[in-house]
Design a binder for this molecule. Structure first.
Ligand SMILES: CC(C)(COP(=O)(O)OP(=O)(O)OC[C@H]1O[C@@H](n2cnc3c(N)ncnc32)[C@H](O)[C@@H]1OP(=O)(O)O)[C@@H](O)C(=O)NCCC(=O)NCCS
Length: 372
C-alpha cells in the first residue's frame, strides 16, 4: 500500500515581531540590567551585557520577522517571555487549538473529514503538559475514532512523525494519519540571551497522509521514501523536564530553556544533512539533478544555501530551495512543512522534491516525494 500526502494546513498566529521591535526591547533590557548592576560591573564582579542589532540578526540568519502567540510579554523588557494564561481543564489547550485549526485546513485541502482518519500524531519540540497526550485531545476535538500519540524529536519531529504515519498507512494500521506540529517556540526561547533571542517563532502545521487508493488521481504527493538519522550532540540542548523540581538549585536557570552552540551546529549539521539527502536519493535510484524542490528546515538562510549547494553541486535558486524563515524565523519542526505548504503550487505531475528537517539530537529526517 502506497502512502500519499493528500493535504497540508498551516496555522499562523496573527501577532508578529520585527527584528527592530525585538532588538529595541532587548536593548532596553540590557540598559536596565547594566544600570541595576552598575556598581558590580565597575568592580568587575558582573559582566556588562552587550546590545543586539538588527543588521547582525538579518546577516547571520536571514530572519526578518516572526509570528508569535503573544507579543506584549516578549516585548516587555522587564518580562521577556510570552504571556499565555493557564486554562481550565474544560477548555481546549493552546496547542490543541492551534492543531485543530491546521488539521481542519489539511482535511479540507484533501477533501476528507474526520471520519476518514484513523490516527493523530502530534509531533513537536515542546509539549505543554506531561499527559494526557495532546494528540488524544486533538483526536477528540476533531471527532476522530482511532488512536493518537505525541512524539518529540525536536526540529525533526514532523519528518519523524511522517515516517510513523507512512508506516501506519503502509502496514494497514490506519487508512489516514494526521501529523500535526504545534510549535510554540517563543515559550522555550531565552529572550534575554543575545546569541539566540531572535531565533524562533510560533506556528502549527498539519499533514494528512493517506492510502493512495483513497485519493483522487493527481492529488497530492506520493511518498517515495523516508530516511531518518540521529547522532547524539549537546550542541542544542534544553534541560527542562519533570525532574527539575527534585533539585531546587537548578530551577529557573538558563539551561532549562533552549541553548545552542550555533556555529558548531552550522558546521557539523550542514554536511551531515547533505550526505543524508544524497544517500537517500541514491537508495531510491535518484540523482540530485532529478529534484525540482528542496523544502529544507528553516533555521538559517546561509546554512540552507550551503546545504542546497552541497546537494545539487551548484547554487540553488529561491524557487528550488524556498525560504520562509524571513517571515516566520525558526519554527522548529514546522519550518520545512511550512515551506512545503506554501511552495508547491507550481509543481507538475512527476516533479520530485525532498522535505528535510534537521536539529537537536542531532536529528535529520528526509522525505522524498513525487507530485502526482
Ligand atoms: C545562531 C547563528 C545565527 C549565529 O550566527 P554566527 O554567525 O554563528 O554568529 P556567532 O554566534 O558566531 O557570533 C558572531 C559574533 O556576533 C556577536 N553576536 C551574537 N549575537 C549577536 C546579536 N544578537 N547582535 C549583535 N551581535 C551578536 C557574537 O558575540 C560574536 O561576536 P565576536 O565575533 O566578537 O565574538 C548561527 O550560528 C546559526 O543559525 N547556526 C545554526 C543553528 C541551527 O541550525 N540550529 C538548529 C536549531 S533548531
Amino acid at each position: 500500500m502506497k502512502a500519499v500526502i493528500s493535504g497540508t494546513g498551516l496555522y499562523t498566529p496573527p501577532a508578529t515581531i520585527t527584528n527592530d521591535e525585538l532588538v529595541e526591547a532587548f536593548n532596553q533590557f540590557v540598559e536596565l540590567f547594566n544600570e541595576e548592576h552598575a556598581e558590580a560591573i565597575a568592580r568587575g564582579e558582573v559582566t556588562a551585557l552587550q546590545p543586539s542589532s538588527t543588521e547582525f540578526i538579518e546577516k547571520a540568519s536571514g530572519i526578518k520577522c516572526r509570528h508569535v502567540v503573544d507579543r506584549e510579554g516578549i516585548l516587555d523588557p522587564r518580562r521577556m517571555k510570552p504571556y499565555i494564561p493557564e486554562r481550565s481543564n474544560d477548555e481546549p489547550s493552546v496547542q490543541c487549538e492551534m492543531a485543530v485549526s491546521a488539521a481542519k485546513q489539511a482535511l479540507e485541502q484533501a477533501g476528507k473529514t474526520a471520519a476518514d482518519v484513523d490516527a493523530v500524531i502530534v509531533a513537536c519540540s515542546n509539549l505543554q503538559r506531561a499527559y494526557p497526550a495532546v494528540a488524544i485531545e486533538v483526536q477528540s476535538a476533531l471527532g476522530i475514532d482511532g488512536f493518537a500519540y505525541d512524539m518529540n524529536v525536536a526540529c525533526s519531529s514532523a519528518t519523524f512523525g511522517l515516517q510513523a504515519a507512512v508506516n501506519s498507512v503502509e502496514n494497514g494500521a490506519a487508512r489516514a494519519v494526521l501529523v500535526i506540529s504545534p510549535e510554540i517556540c517563543s515559550a522555550h526561547l531565552n529572550f534575554r540571551d543575545r546569541d539566540s533571542h531572535f531565533i524562533f517563532g510560533d506556528a502549527c502545521t498539519a499533514i494528512l497522509v493517506e492510502r493512495e487508493e483513497q485519493t483522487r488521481p493527481g492529488q497530492g504527493f506520493e511518498i517515495l521514501g523516508t530516511r531518518l538519522k540521529t547522532e547524539f550532540s549537546n550542541n542544542i540542548r534544553n534541560n527542562f523536564g519533570f525532574l527539575n523540581r527534585t533539585d531546587e538549585s537548578g530551577v529557573g536557570k538558563p539551561d532549562k530553556l533552549f541553548i545552542q552552540q550555533g556555529r558548531k551546529v552550522f558546521k557539523e549539521v550542514s554536511p551531515l544533512v547533505a550526505q543524508t539527502i544524497q544517500a537517500h536519493l541514491e537508495s531510491l535510484s535518484l540523482s540530485p539533478n532529478d529534484l525540482s524542490r528542496l523544502w529544507l528546515h528553516q533555521a538559517n538562510l546561509n546554512m540552507n544555501q550551503l546545504i542546497a549547494k552541497k546537494v545539487l553541486g551548484r547554487e540553488a535558486s529561491l524557487q528550488e530551495a524556498p525560504v520562509i524563515l524571513d517571515e516566520y524565523a525558526n519554527t522548529s519542526s514546522a519550518g520545512s512543512v511550512i515551506a512545503f505548504h506554501k511552495h508547491q503550487d507550481d509543481l507538475q505531475t512527476g516533479d520530485l522534491g525532498v522535505i528535510c528537517s534537521f536539529g537537536a539530537g542531532y536529528s535529520i529526517g528526509s522525505v522524498v516525494v513525487r507530485h502526482r
